[in-house]
Ligand binder design. Structure first.
Ligand code: SAM
Length: 180
């Protein structure tokens, strides 16, 4: 189980960003996204619609307390933050730990992250020491964790999938091939 915890979602300001975090999590190999802050039906619906069309069983769950989740989590916790240790210096150990206990929670923040998160995390990891985005940090981290294997991931029960092509768009809809 690889889950992502997105902290501090705000309905108005983050509606696209939190959906993007979920879609990155799904596409790059995570099984689930928990989120805290405001509960948001739109984020949950967006992700559900994507899963229905593009397959897989990725889930989104709102939780009231990140503290309870972090304390109860029976596995490793990685918190992505520009203040953490460089990705390259800790990724080998995180890969080893993940291969052993198979349960990893990757935490990404919002505007402000409580100091307690830094203490509850097993690893505080930076993807560069520059400020950028939770979606970008998550994508790079998962790519390094899975060493590119996630790029070939397929999703069961998809209604639709893309046939890669050098030019134009080729889309396979269950049994029908549509070329434009
Ligand atoms: N002050 C924040 C920090 O601690 O990284 C930047 C806030 S940023 C708007 C929101 C989230 O994006 C952060 O909580 C973190 O999860 C992620 N993030 C941004 N830049 C990052 C970086 N260089 N390395 C890792 N994560 C980063």
């Amino acid at each position: 189980m690889l889950a992502v915890l997105r902290l501090g979602h705000r309905v108005e300001r983050d509606k696209r960003l939190t959906s993007h975090v979920a879609l990155v999590a799904r596409a790059f190999g995570a099984d689930k996204m928990y989120y805290t802050g405001d509960k948001d039906q739109n984020v949950e619906l967006t992700v559900m619609k994507v899963c229905k069309r593009w397959g897989g069983s990725f889930e989104t769950e709102y939780i009231g307390s990140w503290r309870k989740l972090l304390e109860a989590w029976k596995g490793s916790v990685v918190h992505l933050t520009m203040y953490g240790l460089p990705l390259k210096s800790v990724i080998y150990e995180i890969r080893r730990v993940h291969a052993e206990n198979k349960k990893l929670l990757v935490v990404v923040g919002g505007e402000k992250v409580e100091p307690e998160v830094y203490h509850l995390a097993d690893y505080n990891v930076s993807v560069t020491n520059q400020p950028h985005s939770e979606a970008a940090a998550l994508a790079v981290f998962l790519d390094w964790l899975f060493q590119g294997a996630e790029l070939e991931r397929t999703f069961p029960d998809a209604e639709i999938h893309i046939v890669p092509s050098a030019k134009g768009k080729i889309v396979q809809r269950r049994s029908r091939l549509i070329q434009t």
